[in-house]
Design a binder for this molecule. Structure first.
Ligand code: ADP
Ligand code: MG
Length: 321
């Protein structure tokens, strides 16, 4: 069943954290709310979880109403059957791995075959042998796995993730990104994931919902968001952007082709700086009245060199916002 968000709004002391919002979260998909800090991602997630009361609107799972301001329905968190994974993991420090994972099952009286169900979750996140450890005896990645196992052991209809990887160091974060996406897909979970990190959003999601200042700007696949952003903010926020006309005609760096003695419609610029990225060079170009552009090349270009470029018409994306 899809989660349907209709006309949802929330203010804190006259600060509108979330403007009127409509959104469908599709069952079995990995959907990500992506936007800069303070844009209302956590507020939206907490309202879905039942941890924050909306001012207006309706939340439904299929036909099942979880919240409705008009009908005065507000189902408490523990009866929404959603799993939650937070940035700080929020594990119980005085409980073992086993007891942390078993906690929700015990609290809701689902103690039938408890040992087997918890053990399956432990195996799934590869924590065999660590069942009797306490959270402080685990690495960050292991704690994250416990938090994940605890969230999914109840077989939730939806799992909510709020920046779950941001407390981990860069290398572990890359690893956990792949691991987490794999687990979510293997179990066939419906995931709603919050992050401000565009790389996380692009690499993990089936669908990305881009937010800014309490509003949804665009929803689409990672490819749609990158190739056809509907708002200049999205083009800037995700990947690098060059503008042919300010905020209107977008060219991505990888679409710039180098030419020599190009035709009259070739673009001309001067190499301003070069940075080595390992697999290629990132080149800043002084384009005169067009400002600074970013381009890529497999070879180093000397600074100050005059260069010519060709850009295919179909690679120029018009933003009609
Ligand atoms: P994000 O998760 O995208 O960083 P938040 O949802 O946490 O953004 O916050 C959105 C806006 O609402 C921010 O301006 C924030 O300061 C404000 N806000 C969030 N929670 C509260 C609260 N409990 N009281 C007052 N203001 C809040
Ligand atoms: Mg947040």
């Amino acid at each position: 069943m899809d989660l349907m968000i209709q006309g949802l709004e929330k203010s804190f002391n006259r600060v509108q954290a979330l403007h009127t919002t409509n959104l469908n979260i599709k069952q079995g998909r990995f959907t990500t709310l992506l936007g800069p800090s303070g844009c209302g991602k956590t507020t939206l997630l907490r309202m879905i979880a039942g941890l924050e009361t909306p001012d207006q609107g309706e939340l439904r799972l299929g036909d099942d109403i979880l919240f409705s301001s008009a009908k005065r329905i507000d189902r408490p968190t523990h009866r929404r059957n959603f799993g939650m994974v937070f940035q700080d993991f929020a594990l119980w420090p005085h409980m073992t791995v086993f007891e942390n994972i078993a906690f929700g099952l015990r609290a809701s009286g689902k103690t039938k075959e408890l040992k087997r169900v918890v053990q399956e979750a432990v195996d799934m996140v590869r924590l065999q042998g660590l069942e009797q450890r306490y959270p402080h005896q685990l690495s960050g990645g292991q704690q994250q796995r416990v938090a994940f196992a605890r969230a999914v052991v109840m077989k939730p209809q939806l799992v909510l993730f709020d920046e779950p990887l941001s407390a981990l160091d860069a290398m572990l974060r890359d690893e956990m990104r792949i691991e987490l996406t794999g687990l979510v897909r293997d179990i066939g979970l419906t995931a709603l994931y919050v992050t401000h990190d565009q790389v996380e959003a692009m690499s993990m999601s089936d669908e990305i919902v881009v937010m800014k200042a309490g509003q949804i700007l665009q929803k689409g696949t990672p490819e749609q968001i990158y190739n056809t952003p509907q708002h200049p903010f999205i083009a800037q926020f995700i990947g690098k952007s060059n503008w042919l006309v300010k905020d209107k005609l977008l060219i991505r760096p990888e679409q710039i082709q180098w030419v020599r003695n190009g035709s009259a419609d070739a673009y001309r610029g001067k190499v301003q700086s070069v940075s080595y990225l390992g697999d290629r060079y990132e080149i800043q170009l002084d384009m005169g009245s067009l400002g600074l552009w970013t381009a890529y090349d497999r070879e180093r270009k000397p600074t100050g060199e005059e260069v010519e470029m060709y850009i295919s018409r179909e690679d120029i994306h018009e933003i009609t916002d």
